[in-house]
Write a protein that binds this ligand. Structure first.
Ligand code: ADP
Length: 509
């Protein structure tokens, strides 16, 4: 197939006062991979949701194959050959891949599942997917589930496929496989759209890039003529230095020693399986893994927020004897200088109180530290003001309730406050999720400053490129186990990716 698959003309979409898309024009062609690039909140998902029938535009026109169309629900999108793969999959766990693929199709209950499986196999062979049609969803990895979603769309005849941040949940190796499948789909004449904020992916995969900034369409360029710097400038609107300084650790000293700890959650599932490692003051220890591999549980166990079944966690303070944290409460651990800044899932749950303003939120931490209530509001106010200016928090002022701020700004308040509490061990999870590029680099700079001060920084991250550039060592987890600890300066993405997939059941750790 040739020519334009979709043309968007002057598309505007508002949510209350927010203009998510402001007169956006866009062309999607058959036989190409188009990347939609933009910072968080720039309107990428909203725009694509209008093509797939989730939202209806307030203004503007959508043409499919040159004809104006009205797409009022996903049901309208299917016959037009449009299929969207969302970040959260909508599959039925107890059914097989093949059953899920036909679910909801007219007469699907009467379909001969063996015939369906044969058709599925033809599709997977054609494009190079690996998929067992008879496997149940609950037995599948995230990557396999994503494959089911894609095949489901192809089975329904999709020739315009939109993928929303498809690699966010994949290992580097799985990403390579996905990209190869997408290239095969392009070669077969389909139109592929990939929503992303990862510049490396754009450069590696796409033919053209369309950039959105704050809901506005900035422009489209050929990927061949683009660079990380040129695309960042389009995204952000100005030149940005994308360097993370990394110095060698100076006089690293052991601060934390985790010895063979195991944890079991309320459902009886093992979340941490014989985990051991040391963290040193003066270094940034990255923690990598596919989402849900135990990264969060590990930080929670250290912070005293998850009971430890067996093993021991020792803290070596700058002065005094080693402390056994295993038996201490979360508040006692925090008082010792082991600080946890958890983001983003429960940003507001982890010690920030939504209805309270910034000043009061600063005091919660101060209160815990000093052990007495702080009546003098000046110091926390100064701290709040400092965080606002240093991290460019966008808020009407220090007395605005924290719960009214956007996710990225809440993030900044939380990380800023934890750092201001002069930790000895600073643990952060996904510290830049939801932040724009500039703020992300501010956070990296702050973490590096902490490292230079001799703080032991533990950082759970999801962007391997960033972990490789920021950290000194990287601890890799899979299935609640530590599958390796590597030198971030010398390792490769592939090595870390291999460790992310090694569940330890069939290999020696
Ligand atoms: P992106 O995909 O680029 O991260 P989105 O399309 O998700 O951006 O969001 C664009 C803007 O629209 C953001 O300010 C977001 O908060 C807002 N927005 C998106 N969906 C909704 C919604 N359902 N209700 C209210 N605001 C929304």
């Amino acid at each position: 197939m040739q020519g334009n698959a979709i043309e968007l003309r002057g598309i505007t979409k508002r949510f209350g006062k927010v203009v998510a898309n402001d007169r956006v024009d866009l062309t999607i062609r058959y036989g190409e991979i188009l990347a939609i690039l933009g910072e968080n909140g720039s309107g990428k998902t909203t725009l694509m949701n209008m093509i797939s029938g989730i939202y209806f535009p307030d203004e503007g026109e959508i043409l499919v194959d040159g004809e104006p169309v009205s797409i009022r629900s996903p049901r309208d999108a299917f016959p037009l050959g449009i299929g969207m793969i969302h970040q959260h999959f909508k599959l039925v766990d107890v059914l097989t891949a093949a059953e899920n693929i036909v679910l909801g199709l007219p007469g699907s209950t009467r379909l001969d599942i063996a015939k369906v499986a044969t058709k599925v196999q033809k599709l997977t062979e054609k494009y190079g997917f690996e998929l067992d049609p008879f496997k149940k969803i609950y037995e599948m990895s995230v990557s396999e589930k994503q494959t089911v979603e894609i095949v489901k769309m192809l089975y329904r005849g999709a020739k315009i496929l939109i993928l929303d941040e498809p690699t966010a949940v994949l290992t580097p190796q799985e990403t390579v496989k996905l990209f190869s499948v997408l290239r095969n789909m392009r070669a077969a004449g389909n139109a592929i759209v990939i929503i992303t904020h990862k510049l490396n992916e754009v450069l590696e995969l796409s033919d053209r890039v369309s950039v959105l900034r704050r809901g506005r369409y900035i422009g489209t360029v050929d990927t061949a003529g683009a660079s990380i710097a040129s695309l960042t400038e389009m995204m952000v609107g100005k030149r940005v230095e994308l360097n993370i300084d990394r110095e060698l650790p100076v006089n690293p000293v052991r601060r934390l020693s985790v010895n063979d700890i195991s944890c079991v959650n309320a459902d009886g599932i093992i979340t941490l399986n014989h985990v051991s490692f040391d963290a040193e003051g003066g270094e940034i220890l990255g923690i990598a893994g596919v989402a849900g591999s135990g990264q969060r549980d590990l930080l929670e166990a250290i912070a005293g927020l998850q009971p430890v079944e067996s093993g021991e966690i020792d803290f070596f303070p700058p002065q005094g004897d080693k402390q056994d944290l295993t038996k201490l409460s979360a508040v006692e651990i925090s008082k010792l200088g082991v600080k946890l800044s958890f983001v983003p899932e429960d940003r507001l749950g982890m010690g920030l109180v939504g209805p309270m303003d910034m000043v009061d939120n600063m005091m919660i931490r101060s209160y815990r530290k000093g052990g007495m209530f702080w009546v003098d509001k000046r110091t926390p106010k100064t701290l709040a003001e400092h965080i606002i200016s240093e991290l460019e928090v966008s808020t009407p002022g220090v007395s605005t309730p924290v719960g009214k701020l956007s996710g990225g700004n809440v993030q900044k308040v939380l990380v800023g406050r934890e750092i201001a509490s002069s930790p000895t061990v600073l643990m952060v999870a996904y510290p830049v999720r939801g932040l724009d590029i500039n703020s992300s680099y501010t956070i990296y700079r702050l973490l590096n400053e902490q490292k230079k001060k001799g703080v032991a920084v533990l950082c759970v991250g999801e962007d391997l490129d960033v972990l490789l550039a920021l950290c000194d060592r990287i601890l890799v987890m899979c299935g609640g186990r530590v599958t390796g600890i590597v030198d971030a300066r010398t390792t490769t993405k592939e090595t870390v990716g291999m460790l992310m997939m090694r569940d330890g059941r069939d290999e020696e750790p």
